[in-house]
Design a protein around this ligand. Structure first.
Ligand SMILES: [Zn+2]
Length: 250
């Protein structure tokens, strides 16, 4: 470590983005912005971070965190709505390391052709200054050594916030026809990155346009799943036990 970086780390020791405690470098479980205790408590490991889903398009979902838990939800909200842009790299790291921990999953996903992210409209980008799925997705893709291309999907019309609708049909209607594929994805295996999986409407719509454009397979990877929706599974399989269904591994 260079002297200047060392000096900065002494003056501003990294704090856990969940509990706010200073991270002890000797005790970390490998996550740069999450302390060992919060890593143990909140970050999903192997099987419990993968969800078979009934999405007509995406084959299954990987999501290491639960949006229904605090302080995870607060950190995600700070990232998404309160300009904590720096959390994006840490969230990407959590996603990548969770995939690594599941050897079968990593062996399967590492040969995917490209990771893309759910785009936001130009208006939303101007308001927020960044696309939260792009920063975290780029960070995850870099660690997993999978090519990342945020320009594959484009949002072609502005939509209301999904959080202003509760039900899946309303959310699906809000974003229907809102995304377009701008690059050649024919016969490519695509990882679709999004921030929070709630009803699956956004991931499903994006997967649909990718498959319609010729993508071979689409797997959804998100930072967090809103597990309260798991109790009313619309897109999750009823016998969901966290295992990847065999038929989704081709
Ligand atoms: Zn912590």
């Amino acid at each position: 470590m260079r002297f200047f970086q060392w000096l900065v780390s002494q003056a501003f020791p990294p704090k856990c983005m969940f509990c706010g405690k200073v991270i002890d470098p000797d005790e970390t479980l490998g996550f740069s912005r999450v302390c060992a205790a919060c890593s143990e408590r909140f970050i999903g490991r192997s099987g419990d971070a993968t969800f078979p889903c009934k999405l007509p398009a995406a084959s299954f979902l990987v999501a290491p965190l639960s949006y229904a838990e605090q302080p995870v939800a607060s950190a995600l909200r700070a990232y998404k709505f309160y300009h904590k842009k720096v959390y994006g790299i840490a969230f990407g790291e959590i996603v990548a390391k969770t995939i690594w921990q599941n050897k079968d999953l990593f062996a399967y996903l590492r040969f995917f052709d490209v990771m893309v992210c759910v785009p936001i409209s130009a208006q939303r980008r101007n308001e927020r200054g960044y696309n939260q799925s792009e920063i975290a997705g780029r960070s995850a893709a870099k660690l997993l050594q999978i090519p990342f291309d945020p320009a594959v999907l484009k949002k072609i019309r502005h939509t209301k916030r999904q959080s202003s609708f509760r039900s899946l049909p309303e959310r699906a209607a809000n974003i229907e026809g809102a995304y377009a594929v701008q690059k050649d994805v024919k016969d490519r295996k695509v990882i679709l990155f999004d921030d929070i999986y709630t009803t699956g409407a956004t991931v499903n719509e994006c997967s649909k346009v990718l498959l319609n454009a010729g993508a071979k397979i689409v797997v959804a990877v998100c930072i967090a799943v809103n597990r309260s929706f798991e109790k009313e599974p619309e897109y999750f399989q009823q016998d969901s036990d966290g295992e990847i269904p065999e038929n989704s591994l081709e």
